[in-house]
Design a binder for this molecule. Structure first.
Ligand code: DP6
Length: 363
């Protein structure tokens, strides 16, 4: 049943916990229909649909220790080094979710986190990072309450992760996930993401590949949070939301049927529309680099010449995500090596695929 905000308020302590430590590994995800534009309190202006990755992950350990001092100690270590500025993001997240997990105030909290991908790779760590943190907080909630079933555990983890970063809400599920109200998904909610039922996804998509070409490993010139707000005054805003809505309907049927051509066509349109919106807004950003366009052109030409189903999508940056079925992998990897690697910074790329979702590593 669909839940409301009040359903996520902590239900009370049944077994007190003095000290606890949890480790979760949580993946990033790649949106096929993009979340771009917000409404209300960190809610999406349109529904989005993604697949969860497998190799691009954040591993986070959170140590909770009951406090009897006035001051709460909050610390964050990234790759073993304490990070004050980066920590603020995590601490402000803990502050925002306090209304739903009031017990967080009773503990000193130490966060140890690391990413499998380089920090400067241009791959957003907010989806994997915020979902890993939310899952650790849920592990403590589960221990305190004792009555948290698996469905609620992941729904609330998604709900909390969303408050940290919208796209993080989709990272708590295996395979395909959607976030946002939509008439095609009766259980879809703006408050948390749901998994697209596996039986509604053709087997060819279960092993889909995403090879991420690292075109520009610099810092993004527009944060997604700032990017979302650009839509508020965008002249194409309403049309964007209408198109995104239609694309969810279309993608649902494409996933069911296993229509890879139609899939590629739709995801490329979505990616280019995202960038077109950024370029054409009242405040304009061009996040693609010359090498992004060079790769896109090469991919389209090679697809036409060889008939190999290779498609691209983009996130809010210059990197190109190459999407293709497992069966095309040998050919595509050869093509990347021979023709695309020259466009990657330091020849860097990451081979990823549809993943199985987060994993609790400890306890
Ligand atoms: C282009 O989830 O990073 O990757 O909610 O402000 O943290 P915040 O934004 P974020 O936006 C992601 C934008 C996107 C598309 C997507 O993942 O759906």
């Amino acid at each position: 049943m669909m839940k409301e905000t009040a359903d996520f308020i902590f239900r009370g302590i049944n077994s007190p916990v003095e000290k606890a430590e949890y480790t979760w590994q949580s993946p990033s995800n790649i949106a096929l229909v993009k979340y771009w534009g917000k409404k209300g309190d960190q809610l999406p202006a349109n529904a989005s649909l993604s697949f969860t990755l497998s190799q691009c992950v954040t591993t986070t350990t959170v140590k909770f220790e009951k406090r009897d001092t006035d001051r709460q100690n909050l610390q964050l270590f990234l790759d073993g080094k304490e990070q004050k500025a980066f920590g603020q993001k995590a601490f402000s997240f803990l502050d925002k979710i306090r209304g739903f997990q009031p017990f967080l105030q009773d503990y000193h909290i130490q966060i140890h986190t690391k990413n499998s991908f380089p920090h400067s790779s241009g791959i957003a760590s907010s989806a994997s990072g915020m979902s890993a943190l939310a899952l650790c907080c849920m592990s403590l909630e589960k221990e305190l309450n004792g009555n948290v079933n698996s469905d609620f555990f992941y729904e609330k983890a998604s709900f909390l992760a969303r408050i940290g970063s919208g796209s993080a809400s989709r990272s708590v599920y295996p395979k395909f996930a959607m976030w946002g109200q939509h008439h095609e998904y009766a259980n879809g909610s703006d408050l948390y993401a749901i998994q697209v039922p596996e039986k509604e996804v053709h087997k060819d998509f279960h092993t889909f590949r995403d090879t991420i070409l690292l075109i520009d490993q610099g810092k993004k010139s527009v944060s997604s949070t700032a990017g979302h707000s650009l839509l508020d005054k965008h002249p194409f805003r309403d049309e964007r939301y209408r198109t995104a809505n239609n694309n969810i309907t279309e993608l649902k049927h494409i996933l069911e049927k296993g229509d890879i051509e139609a899939f590629g066509n739709l995801v490329e349109q979505e990616a280019l529309m995202l960038h077109a919106l950024m370029m054409s807004g009242p405040e304009s950003f061009i996040l693609m680099k010359p090498n992004t366009l060079a790769v896109i052109e090469k991919v389209r030409n090679w697809r036409t010449e060889t008939g190999t189903p290779l498609f691209f999508t983009l996130d809010a940056g210059a990197n190109v995500h190459l999407l293709y079925p497992e069966s095309a992998e040998p050919k595509v990897l050869e093509f990347i090596q021979n023709e695309l690697i020259v466009y990657c910074e330091d020849k860097n790329y990451i081979c990823d695929n549809v993943g199985e979702g987060p994993q609790q590593l400890k306890p």
